[in-house]
Design a binder for this molecule. Structure first.
Ligand code: PGA
Length: 248
């Protein structure tokens, strides 16, 4: 049985005070009611310590980062390594978010190298894949997803998909208020699971793109949708807690 995982991607939002307040609200909200989901909070780098400390005693909440370097250490000004994240208490790291791919020019090969760096340090990568609107309209959705996954497969890592998470995030659904329908998402999730081979049945595949309390339950009800990567709605404690509870 795959557990539902709900990951918060705060992107470049918040302050230290905001992070402390949001975590306090999340902790009390999660403690006060049933919630079977695993929860991962991915704040901006400077707030990893604050969030990590606040989440330390909440069993179901883990710390994640939004990016990492593909290099282990060295003269890479401005970069953060997998070991450093681990040292700060992170257990997860997002790799290949579409904003990294489109705004910072990250290729699928670089994303794959980051995936490998995370795994070799013992971090769980959350590999984001997804098609643009243009690619969907041209009928290329599954081809694009297959290529993004293949870049990781090509590295021929040991147990590639063990201790890894995949997030399907259609680019046209991110931050737009437009969610993929449960049918559209399920089709891609099922396809991704097939691509994973033997590891497929155990790997959590999250959906991301305008997930909110109002649509989470119908997405989570689909066979191959194992949770969500949540952007905007993860910045409001009430809304995010409702999404986590939708796992039940
Ligand atoms: P959104 O972002 O929930 O605001 O659409 C999701 C993401 O970018 O991970």
């Amino acid at each position: 049985m795959r557990k539902t995982l709900v990951a918060a991607n705060w992107k470049m939002h918040g302050t230290k005070a905001f992070a402390e307040q949001l975590l306090a609200e999340l902790n009390s909200g999660l403690e006060s009611g049933e919630c079977s989901a695993e929860v991962v909070i991915c704040p901006p780098f400077p707030y990893l310590g604050v969030v990590g400390a606040a989440a330390e005693n909440v069993e179901q909440v883990a710390l994640g980062a939004q990016n990492l370097s593909e290099q282990p250490s060295g003269a890479y000004t401005g970069e953060v390594s997998a070991e450093m994240l681990l040292d700060c208490g992170a257990r997860y790291v997002i790799v290949g978010h579409s904003e990294r791919r489109s705004l910072y020019g990250e290729s699928s090969e670089l994303v794959a190298a980051k995936f490998a760096a995370a795994k070799s340090a013992g971090l769980m990568p959350i590999l984001c894949v997804g098609e643009s609107l243009q690619e969907r309209e041209a009928g290329n959705t599954l081809k694009v997803i297959a290529e993004q996954i293949q870049a990781v497969v090509d590295l021929d890592l040991e147990n590639t998909w063990q201790s890894a998470v995949i997030a399907y995030e259609p680019v046209w659904a991110i931050g737009t208020g437009k969610t993929a329908s449960p049918e559209q998402a399920q089709e891609v999730h099922q396809f991704i699971r097939q691509q994973l081979g033997e590891a497929g049945p155990a790997t959590q595949i999250l959906y991301g793109g305008s997930v909110k309390a109002a649509n989470a339950a119908e997405l989570f009800a689909r066979e191959d949708i194992d949770g969500a990567l949540v952007g905007g709605a993860s910045l409001q404690a009430d809304e995010f807690i409702k999404i986590c509870r939708a796992a039940d």
